[in-house]
Design a protein around this ligand. Structure first.
Ligand code: AMP
Ligand code: MG
Length: 409
């Protein structure tokens, strides 16, 4: 079918329309999951001085090197104790040692640390029972981790626990990160009721707003829920207006065959330029995208699975890019398909799958019924099996690409 738009084309158009937002200053403890908005230059070396990697004795290699039998190494005189956090006041001279704890600065005169297990101390004397590998053993040199003036974390980096720890080393209690996009979410349809309304078995609970809000949060955006708009031109236009202060607007419903002209009319009334696509994907064929004033708007299909899958493939990357992320693809793994599957070679399919590791091999099977209204198909899934447009048949044992929806499985 020639009137279908490839998902890759739509993704490119969406991403090309997105610019990363500006930056804001936040506290270090709020930085997890944010995207760094500045290059971080080390203000000093880390570690700041040569320090001991072991509890033991700081000595002169000359005094303990093993040119003769170990028994001939003379006893050394312990002239000082340096616990962690303290600094030696004396220098290690010939025949002397300073007791030192892990992390403490290496005293002057010493060039080697002998770990405590290799020694026997009595009073102010220590005997070396075994020497270390050479001069400099058990010494962590100044700046081995971070060198003053180096760029340690680059702008655009996603901040994980490791980066947060490093930022603490670099004394960044406050830092610049990209702002989080605000995403207005609006569900449309006369058939919908919201969670706080009286349950009515003839109506459909608005689940999309909540699933989409969660997807927005997962991608680092701030959801702004606008509720439900009736299938009425003025009502819908009024609700959309409320969302125009946000960077993005996500509508669900109103883009399928029956609603299409209506939604199109609303967008036209608001002066929007919209692309209406019939995407070559399943689930989720009809999707709209365009700009209303300064807000980028998405119209996603109403069926819950279609709405979540199109959100995942189009809106999630947009939120990530806007939030300053430099990558927005979900991780993809290859897995061995366990079923038989046939389709027309006209659309890219996203089957909801369960990935498992079986005897060291990744396998994947579908979650069962794959209808676009069967949200349990996504609830049970830890991956989206990505079947290319051209493929017509898959057999058990075939390799497929799977987009990971969870990090642990
Ligand atoms: P539409 O895309 O507007 O034609 O909607 C298709 C179907 O999706 C509707 O008949 C509903 O069953 C379902 N639907 C639409 N909007 C929502 C929503 N916000 N939450 C849950 N289901 C919805
Ligand atoms: Mg509708």
């Amino acid at each position: 079918m020639t009137d279908l738009t490839r998902l890759e084309t739509a993704q490119e158009i969406v991403l090309n329309a997105i610019q990363p937002l500006g930056c804001e200053k936040i506290g270090l403890l709020d930085s997890l999951g944010r995207v760094l908005g500045e290059d971080i230059i080390a203000p000093r070396d880390n570690p700041p001085w040569d320090n001991s990697a072991m509890d033991g004795f700081a000595v002169r290699w000359e005094d303990i090197k093993q040119e003769h039998a170990i028994a001939k190494i003379p006893e050394l005189v312990i002239i000082e104790d340096v616990p962690a956090g303290a600094v030696a006041t004396k220098a290690v001279g010939k025949g002397q040692a300073i007791r030192i704890m892990t992390g403490a600065p290496i005293p002057e005169g010493a060039d080697t640390v002998v770990r405590v297990e290799y020694t026997e101390a009595t009073g102010d004397r220590v005997r070396i029972l075994k020497t270390e590998s050479g001069r400099g053993a058990n010494i962590r040199p100044r700046g081995e981790d971070v060198k003053r003036g180096d760029c340690i974390i680059r702008k655009g980096t996603l901040l994980r626990p490791a980066e947060v720890g490093m930022l603490a080393i670099l004394a960044k209690s406050f830092l610049m990160v990209h702002q989080r996009p605000r995403v207005a979410i609006l569900s449309t349809g006369d058939e919908l009721i919201d969670l706080d309304e009286q349950f009515d078995e003839h109506k459909i609970v608005n689940s999309n707003s909540y699933g989409i809000a969660a997807g927005v949060q997962e991608a680092g955006g701030i959801p702004v829920l606008l509720g439900i708009a009736k299938d009425d031109l003025n009502a819908l236009a009024a609700k959309i207006q409320q969302g125009l202060g946000c960077e993005l607007l996500v509508l669900s419903g109103g883009v399928s065959m029956g609603d299409y002209d209506f939604t199109k009319a609303v967008f036209a009334q608001l002066g929007a330029e919209m692309n209406f696509w019939k995407l070559a994907i399943r689930p989720g064929q009809p999707v709209a995208f365009g700009r209303i004033q300064r807000t980028l708007a998405f119209g996603l299909p109403g069926n819950p699975v279609s709405s979540m899958v199109t959100f995942d493939q189009l809106v999630r990357p947009a939120i990530l890019k806007m939030g300053g992320h430099q990558t927005w693809q979900r991780p993809v793994v290859q897995a061995v398909f366990q079923e038989t599957f046939t389709k027309q070679p006209d659309r890219r399919h996203f089957l909801r799958g369960i990935l498992r590791r079986e005897n060291g091999v990744l396998t994947v099977r579908t979650t069962g019924g794959q209808g676009s209204g069967i949200l349990t198909s996504l609830v049970k899934a830890n991956g989206l099996i990505d079947i290319p447009v051209e493929v017509e048949r898959l057999n058990p044992g075939d390799l497929v690409n799977v987009q990971l929806l969870t990090h642990n499985f």
